[in-house]
Design a binder for this molecule. Structure first.
Ligand code: SF4
Length: 366
C-alpha cells in the first residue's frame, strides 16, 4: 500500500507539469556530445519514441550552449540543460530557449553567479532544478574524507539544498525542483525524507551512478521505489551504465509495478522448470522486443495482461487472470483467451500471434 502522495507546488517545464497532482514523469539524459547536434537529436528521437518525457543534456562549454537553440527547436519534449561550474552557460541556454536549467550548488560558485542565473530564468519563465549530489557537497572541500553517519550526510545534503532554495526564494523565484542523490539508498532516502518534510518543492528522484544492468536496476528500483511508496517524488530518472533508452524503460516498469503508470502490457511469464518443452524465454524476448520497439503496439497493449507459460499442466490455471496468452507444449501450444482454451498454434507462430492479438484485442468484448 502506497502512502498518500506528498502535496507539492506545480512547476511547469515547457508544456509538462511537474508536481501537484500531475503524473510522475520519466526523464533521462543523453550521452552524446551535445555539440554533435545530429547524434544528439537522433538519441532524443529514440528517447521520445521510448516515452521519455523530459530530456537532459550536458552543456560542457559555450559551443554546446549555442547548439541548444537548434536542438530545442527540433525536440518534441522539454529539454533541460545540465550546467556545472560555469554559470554563463546557463544564461546562454536560457537565451537559446531551454525549458529548464539544472545546477549543482556544490560547483556553481559564488552567490552572485547563482543570482545571475536566477534572474535570467525568472525573466524567461524557466524553472531551475537544484541538483545536490552527496559526492560534490561544498562542505567536502574543507573535509574531503568525512566520517559521517548516513543521517549526518543526509542533513548536510539537505542543508546545501536549502541554502540554494533560500537564495532563489529571496529573489521571489518559486519555480524550483530539487534532487538529493547519493550512490546508496540509505543517504538518498534519508535526505529526500528530511527535505520532503520541510518544503512543498517537487522532488526529482534518483540514486546516482547506480551501476550496471542488474545491480543498477535493483538499487534504483529499491531506492526510488521506497521513496515513491512513502508518497515522495514527482519525477524520476533511473541512472544506469546502460543506454538512456533502457533507463526510460526501467523507469516506466518501476512506476508500473507500483501502479503509478501504465506502459505496455503486464507480461506474466513463468520461470520455466523441468516440465517446459519450449524456449519460452526466446518467445518472451521476441514479444517484448516487438512491443517496445513500436510505440503504437506498446500503447495499444497498455494495461493488457498477457500470459506466456511454459507448460499445459500449471499454465492454464496460472494464466486465468490474463486477457490472453499461450501455454506451451512440445512444438505447439494452447491459446487461452478470456480464461478459455480456444485453439492450438505451432511454436513458431507464438510471438506473431501475440502481436496480432494486441492489435485487435478489445477489453470491452470480455
Ligand atoms: S508453468 Fe509449467 S513450466 Fe512454467 S514453472 Fe509452472 S510448472 Fe514449470
Amino acid at each position: 500500500m502506497l502512502s498518500k502522495r506528498r502535496k507539492t507546488r506545480i512547476v511547469k517545464v515547457g508544456n509538462l507539469k511537474m508536481g501537484g497532482e500531475a503524473p510522475i514523469s520519466v526523464q533521462s539524459m543523453t550521452n552524446t556530445d551535445t555539440r554533435d547536434v545530429h547524434s544528439t537529436l537522433s538519441q532524443i528521437r529514440e528517447l521520445e519514441k521510448a516515452g521519455c518525457q523530459i530530456i537532459r543534456l550536458a552543456v560542457v562549454d559555450m559551443d554546446a550552449a549555442v547548439c541548444i537553440g537548434k536542438i530545442k527547436k527540433a525536440s518534441r519534449v522539454p529539454i533541460v540543460a545540465d550546467i556545472h561550474f560555469d554559470w554563463r552557460l546557463a544564461i546562454e541556454c536560457v537565451k537559446r530557449g531551454i525549458d529548464k536549467i539544472r545546477i549543482n550548488p556544490g560547483n556553481i560558485g559564488e552567490k552572485y553567479k547563482v543570482k545571475e542565473v536566477v534572474k535570467a530564468c525568472m525573466d524567461n519563465g524557466i524553472p531551475i532544478r537544484i541538483g545536490v549530489n552527496a559526492g560534490s557537497l561544498k562542505v567536502l572541500k574543507k573535509n574531503p574524507k568525512p566520517q559521517w553517519t548516513a543521517h549526518q550526510w543526509a542533513n548536510k545534503m539537505v542543508k546545501e539544498a536549502m541554502e540554494q532554495v533560500e537564495t532563489l526564494e529571496e529573489m521571489g523565484f518559486k519555480d524550483i525542483v530539487v534532487s538529493l542523490k547519493a550512490d546508496d539508498i540509505d543517504r538518498t532516502l534519508l535526505a529526500n525524507k528530511i527535505f520532503a518534510s520541510k518544503t512543498d518543492i517537487p522532488l526529482h528522484l534518483g540514486v546516482t551512478e547506480a551501476g550496471t544492468f542488474i545491480s543498477g536496476i535493483v538499487k534504483s528500483s529499491l531506492g526510488i521505489g521506497l521513496m515513491l511508496s512513502e508518497g515522495i517524488g514527482d519525477t524520476i530518472r533511473v541512472s544506469l551504465t546502460e543506454s538512456p533508452k533502457l533507463q526510460v524503460r526501467v523507469a516506466y516498469e518501476l512506476l508500473k509495478s507500483l501502479g503509478l503508470a501504465k506502459y505496455g502490457p503486464d507480461i506474466i511469464s513463468c520461470p520455466t522448470c523441468g516440465r517446459c518443452q519450449a524456449n519460452i524465454s526466446a518467445v518472451v524476448h521476441k514479444v517484448e522486443e516487438k512491443i517496445y520497439s513500436d510505440p503504437s503496439i506498446r500503447d495499444k497493449a497498455k494495461g493488457m495482461k498477457i500470459a506466456l507459460m511454459g507448460c499445459v499442466v500449471n499454465g492454464p490455471g496460472e494464466a486465468r487472470e490474463a486477457d490472453f496468452g499461450i501455454c506451451a507444449g512440445k512444438g505447439k501450444g494452447i491459446w487461452i483467451e478470456k480464461g478459455k482454451q480456444t485453439k492450438v498454434i505451432s511454436e513458431k507462430e507464438w510471438a506473431n500471434e501475440v502481436i496480432k492479438k494486441i492489435r485487435t484485442f478489445s477489453k470491452s468484448k470480455m
